[in-house]
Design a protein around this ligand. Structure first.
Ligand code: GLU
Length: 443
């Protein structure tokens, strides 16, 4: 383990490189161009890798990868742009414009609020909602923008307590009388949070739009600013009154989709258009200049007079298990032993699980509830076609219709947290409450 000061000492380049960088006015974090022979590399100067060669320059390329280039006489270094100083900016006061809507940005963390840490070379969530707003001045031309940081975490670290905290903050903003809320969030588990908010916030009077980014703000290809602008335009220029997710619709900077909160999934690890609406259609296309094309019209219109009802309990003893060939029944038995109350199975095909776990599922079902979803994601559960499906239904497994596994998991946890009667929970799991189940499968 190294302390911060030790790291900065370790991450220095050789005297030769330091001298040349100094003469060009280049510091860690600056965007530089390196010409080596006939090849040209462009990226951000990173610290030297701890055990790396002191004579090799490390740069982060636009595709996110770091490369090391050994310095020699045929290497030319050119400064393209200086890095932004983090956390030193002062927000200029902006005059309230009564002709513009009031929008609050609540920041949870993730790539959209991240910068490359030039000390360690990793990406860390480290800037506040205020800095985010300052970075995208266009937002203030569209609306009166307020910003507040709720958390600063990577979304894979989120827990039910974080949903609860966010729900409380959303409620506060609604009570403050804003016209819409934007939540900036890590993309990895954004769809879980979107579902949690959808179930917990009943009778929502104003729109709540979740926004993420696949590329941090240091990178020329960052998608965060456009996603934020489109979300702001959508709130300012539409009558939408639900929870939605605003992300790049294509790999270019042309328009964003507003996805339905309970029908969305991250389908690519790095592309900017990673999010896809599953088993439905996006609500709308939004262009950064404010044009909006609705693709579906059956959304809930906003109504500031609607009285919000908050149901924010979640049963933590709920599990989501993906089955696979050779799965051990012991995995289910552990849940029985630990007194889990809810289990969502990410089954195969139409909603199947290997016969080898049937007895364990029977034991779970003595006091718990089991819901079946599919690893296929697209399409609907039908447990009447094959014997494995029929047998699971006979022991009490509930078909989860066309719900996404993650949404079924959040919904079951929420139902177990807020409702007492088991029969009622079983009825509600199959009932469409927030757009999580389509009546018919058209997709
Ligand atoms: N894994 C992080 C998160 O989900 C960063 C990924 C992202 O925001 O796109 O918060």
């Amino acid at each position: 383990m190294f302390s911060t000061s030790q790291i900065s000492v370790i991450n220095v380049y050789s005297g030769k490189i330091k001298k040349i960088l100094k003469s060009k006015g280049v510091e860690r974090g600056d965007r530089i161009r390196i010409k080596k022979g006939s090849k040209i590399y462009e990226g951000i100067l990173m610290p030297r890798i701890q055990l790396g060669d002191r004579d090799s320059l490390v740069i982060k390329l636009e595709n996110g990868y770091n490369i090391g280039l050994r310095y020699s006489d045929n290497v030319e270094i050119e400064l393209i742009s200086k890095h932004k100083k983090v956390g030193k900016k002062e927000l200029k006061p902006i005059k309230y414009d009564k002709n513009k809507p009031r929008i609050s940005i609540l920041s949870m963390g993730g790539t959209i609020a991240s910068r490359v840490d030039y000390r360690t070379g990793g990406v860390v969530p480290r800037f506040t909602a205020e800095e985010l707003i300052e970075d995208v001045p266009e937002l203030r031309e569209i609306a009166n923008i307020y910003g507040r940081q709720v958390e600063s975490i990577l979304s894979e670290n989120m827990e039910f307590k974080d949903y609860k905290k966010l729900i409380r903050e959303v409620k506060k903003e609604i009570e403050n009388g804003v016209d819409g809320i934007i939540i900036t969030h890590g993309t990895d588990t954004l769809h879980y949070t979107a579902a949690a908010l959808s179930f917990a916030l009943e009778n929502l009077p104003i729109p709540v739009i979740l926004v993420g980014a696949q590329r941090s703000s240091d990178r020329a290809s960052s998608d965060g600013p456009m996603n934020l602008i489109c979300a702001t335009q959508f709130i300012a220029k539409s009558d939408f009154g639900e929870i939605g997710v605003c992300m790049h619709a294509t790999e270019s900077d042309d328009y964003c989709f507003i996805h339905p909160a309970c029908k969305i999934r991250k389908m690519h690890t790095s592309r900017r258009d990673a999010f896809r609406t599953i088993n439905s259609k996006p609500w709308a296309k939004v262009y950064p200049d404010g044009r909006i094309e609705f693709l579906k019209e059956d959304y809930v219109r906003r109504d500031a007079k609607r009285k919000l009802v908050v149901k924010d309990k979640f049963e933590e003893k709920t599990a989501l298990v993906k089955v696979h060939p050779s799965i051990s029944p012991k995995i289910i038995d552990v849940l029985v032993k630990e007194k889990y109350r809810g289990l969502v199975i990410e089954g195969t095909g139409l909603g199947h699980a290997p016969s080898g776990i049937k007895d364990s599922l029977k034991r779970f079902l003595k006091s718990g509830i089991v819901v079946m979803t599919s690893q296929c994601l697209d399409g609907r559960i039908n447990m009447n076609v094959y014997s494995t499906g029929r047998e699971l239904q006979e022991i009490g497994v509930i078909p989860g219709e066309d719900m996404l596994p993650e949404v079924a998991y959040i919904k079951l946890s929420w139902l177990l947290g807020n409702y007492k009667d088991k029969r009622e929970i079983k009825r509600l799991i199959k009932t469409n409450l927030r757009g999580e189940i389509s009546e018919r499968s058209e997709f």
